[in-house]
Design a protein around this ligand. Structure first.
Ligand SMILES: Nc1nc2c(ncn2[C@@H]2O[C@H](COP(=O)(O)OP(=O)(O)OP(=O)(O)O)[C@@H](O)[C@H]2O)c(=O)[nH]1
Ligand SMILES: Nc1nc2c(ncn2[C@@H]2O[C@H](COP(=O)(O)OP(=O)(O)OP(=O)(O)O)[C@@H](O)[C@H]2O)c(=O)[nH]1
Ligand SMILES: [Mg+2]
Ligand SMILES: [Mg+2]
Lengths: 276, 292
């Protein structure tokens, strides 16, 4: 990766470009500071030591694994949120696939009752994966549907209820209020639910991901992130800043458009990919 | 704001003085940080800073304006120059239907934007558009475009079981037959590193020779914007870029990087999910947003 055989400024510049172009943002500046200090202190003296040093720093920043919220009896409810086009609906399909493979019963709630053919899109996935879906026509009230889905999941003794929601920008006050209402309505029917709120972030997104995480966390107590489209060339580095500033862990990463293209987050592998 | 940040750094240097090299370097560090925060590509920032540094050192500070304001103006002028364009987004063909091809990464807003453009063409240019649902891969993508077409009273062409390039060709024939003068082809989102799907896009282009090809790009894209835009440009010469989801609070620096690396001007911006939420691009507005 590094062409020179001395740890000179040109080598450091190369590393700085790598960090910034991975969308690490503010974390990139801190990493370069740490690297310069380490060089000055004689802790890092050759180019070959740079990448392992930085990898360790970033893995540290990503923090420890955070356990899932335990669920007593009744369905585990997962609310899936995020801005438009980030990959929520497809991620739900992937989660359903993963859970089914683990032997759990799954139900989907098609609470995007706004966007053209959103209900149809989730319906296709439900058919393909052979999972139960609670849906209504476009234009129906999403909160009412969320309540009915929670009710059905409880009564039908479902293991996991995955709730799809319409894409919305975190700056749209009325839409964020709608999301709060959906969460509240779910908790009315199933106390303690939703047990997980997954913010789906598009892996190609830059620094705006931090603002998205901040606003969604403030509104609906996000518990974890899914970073999609990492099968492309984007590195998803913004999640490092999100963990540092908001203490939100990455739960899963999306690596394609098929139902199998989801992996549980592995910090070491993620960090290694940053340097590919 | 950037002007305030620079004023702090430049210690209120005002009229009568000249910008020293040291003062310029400190101020440029501040601008560099602002541009990177705004998602402008690392290399684009580096080149831009170098160009402006040349212009800025030794500049006399105009009496009525602070050094900070002056430096922001230098950057603003430079960026507006980079983002401006003279041409019209559409070239309408004579005597045959005009073909518009939409391409881009997954989820960037192509389907919604294709419908918005059809509506725009009808209301602003009195065209008779035909929408082509050529995304046969995403679940309910054809339904999505058909529903949007119904909302704006524009016909949507689709034949089940045909690949995208055949759909586009059949749609062109249909347009000629039914007197539709503009054919807008929606395509599936794809990765620029997916050789097969990029070849498919090439085939669509070869079959219908688009008059205008748009890259639909999400305004919140980060540093990857350069990589993907460059790759799309290599497969499909781009006539324009449409920047979507600008109704959010993303600074939109990716637009600068995309223009810089492809040469394609931003023609339109998407500012919402509704059909009417499409506007002509204004360089000065985006630049002041990027500079923060
Ligand atoms: N390459 C790739 N594409 C993905 C991934 N996840 C989702 N997509 C694609 O991204 C596009 C948008 O996905 P959706 O699931 O519709 O996104 P969404 O967040 O539900 O969109 P809205 O409901 O409109 O806000 C689709 O074309 C998906 O196939 C991923 O991990 N990799
Ligand atoms: N807020 C906002 N949302 C937008 C804008 N343009 C599109 N969207 C939304 O972004 C999401 C994705 O739009 P699509 O048109 O499905 O995107 P696409 O590029 O066709 O997606 P694929 O076909 O899966 O690649 C939808 O929820 C749209 O309503 C915009 O300008 N502003
Ligand atoms: Mg969706
Ligand atoms: Mg589409």
């Amino acid at each position: 990766l590094l062409g020179s055989d001395t740890l000179d400024d040109a080598t450091l510049d190369q590393m700085e470009e790598l960090l910034y172009t991975a969308d690490l943002g503010p974390a990139a500046a801190d990493l370069m500071d740490a690297l310069r200090k380490a060089r000055a202190a004689g802790e890092v003296t050759e180019p070959a030591q740079v990448e392992p040093f930085l990898r360790d720093q970033i893995v540290d920043m990503l923090g420890d694994d955070v356990a899932d919220t335990p669920v007593g009896s009744g369905p585990r409810v997962v609310l899936v949120v995020g801005v438009n086009g980030s990959g929520k609906t497809t991620t739900i399909a992937k989660l359903a696939q993963l859970l089914k493979r683990e032997g759990r019963s799954v139900m989907l709630a098609a609470c995007d009752t706004f966007r053209a053919a959103a209900v149809e899109q989730l319906g296709v996935w439900a058919d393909r994966l052979e999972v139960r879906i609670v849906k209504r026509e476009t234009g129906a009230d999403p909160s009412g549907l969320a309540f009915d889905a929670a009710d059905a999941a409880q009564r039908e003794d479902i293991d996991v209820l995955l709730v799809d929601t319409a894409g919305r920008l975190h700056t749209a006050t009325n839409l964020m209020a709608e999301l709060v209402k959906i969460g509240r309505v779910i908790s009315k029917r199933i106390p303690g639910a939703p047990h997980e709120v997954l913010l789906v972030l598009d892996g190609t997104t830059g620094q705006n991901a931090i603002a998205q995480a901040r606003e969604f966390k403030q509104a609906v107590a996000v518990t974890g992130l899914v970073v999609t489209k990492l099968d492309g060339t984007a590195k998803g580095g913004a999640v490092v800043s999100i963990r540092r500033q908001l203490d939100l862990p990455v739960r899963f990463i999306g690596l394609g458009e098929g139902a199998d293209d989801l992996e549980r987050f592995a910090p070491a592998a993620f960090v290694e990919a940053l340097f590919d | 704001s950037l002007t305030q940040r620079l004023s702090k750094v430049l210690g209120g240097l005002t009229g009568g003085g000249r910008l020293t090299e040291k003062a310029v370097d400190e101020a440029l560090e501040e601008v560099r940080a602002a541009l990177l925060e705004a998602d402008v590509h690392f290399r684009v920032v580096r080149d831009l800073i170098a160009r402006v540094r040349e212009q800025a050192v030794g500049q006399e500070i105009v009496k009525s304006v602070s050094a900070g304001q002056m430096l922001v103006k230098v950057f603003s002028d430079e960026l507006v120059g980079m983002m401006s364009s003279e041409g019209e987004p559409f070239t309408f063909a004579g005597g045959r239907p005009t073909v518009v091809l939409m391409a881009g990464l997954q989820g960037s807003g192509k389907t919604t934007t294709t419908a918005k453009l059809a509506h725009w063409l009808r209301t602003e240019h009195r065209r008779k558009p035909l929408l082509v649902a050529a995304d046969i891969q995403r679940p309910a993508a054809v339904d999505q475009l058909k529903i949007l077409g119904e909302q704006i009273d524009v016909p949507v062409f689709h034949v089940p079981g045909e690949p995208p390039e055949v759909l586009a060709e059949l749609a062109l024939a249909e347009a000629k037959r039914t007197g539709r003068d503009t054919v807008l082809v929606d395509t599936a989102g794809r990765l620029h590193i997916d050789a097969e799907l990029m070849a498919e896009l090439s085939r669509v282009r070869e079959r219908v020779t688009p008059d205008t090809t748009f890259l639909v790009c999400d305004a919140m894209t980060g540093q990857d914007a350069v990589r993907s835009a460059e790759a799309f440009q290599q497969t499909l010469p781009l006539d324009g870029v449409i920047l979507t989801k600008l109704d959010g609070d993303t600074r939109g620096g990716a637009a600068l990087s995309v223009r810089h690396v492809t040469g394609a001007p931003v023609a339109f911006v998407g500012v919402g999910e509704k059909i009417e939420d499409l506007q002509r691009f204004h360089a000065d507005r985006l630049v002041s947003r990027i500079l923060g």
